[in-house]
Design a protein around this ligand. Sequence first.
Ligand SMILES: [Zn+2]
Length: 208
Amino acid sequence: MTENEKRVLPGEALAIVEEFDPGPGTYVDESGYVRAAIPGIAVFDVNLKIVRIKPLRSPRLPRVGAEVVATVTSVRHDVVFVDILGEVSLRGVPRFLYEYSSIFPGAISIANISDEYVKDINDYYRPSDVILAKVVSNTAPYHLSTKEPIYGVVYARCARCGHLLEPLNNRAMKCPRCGHVEKRKVSSLAGSKLLRINIKHFLVRTRS
Ligand SMILES: [Zn+2]
């Protein structure tokens, strides 16, 4: 048997992060406990060492106000197209709430990227970036906004060597391997170790 199942409530401790990685519906707190983010059935995959929650209600669609993780698929002169992967909660300890049952198309118009005037959209997002954003429309393609400081890029790869970039400030990221600096709209949470742990599952999924 490779999976054990148990019914849980939000906040319930499931494991320590050294034992199981946080999967959909869970999060890691400041003390290193993996906890349930939503009510449901905790499923412990002892082979992959990952715990996830099967939601009691059927998986949701993106809705206005939801905070989501998305990957950039293409950048046009006045709009950024993304794939929306799942829902997170960014207030307090970042939580990975739901992985959507399918990938939803999303778009960020140039007016919704930043509070500042956006001269060149390529200085904000690039294809394959993993971003945090807020949903601002109720039908597909879902319109997203990244105006608030917490939204923007959390993971991006170096254009020169492919290594993961590290946040330098809210408008730039730097490659720790080759030193290359690239412009981005960087999430204020991009440097948060807890956020990185709690959305690691999405990064694994998007790696080609
Ligand atoms: Zn590099």
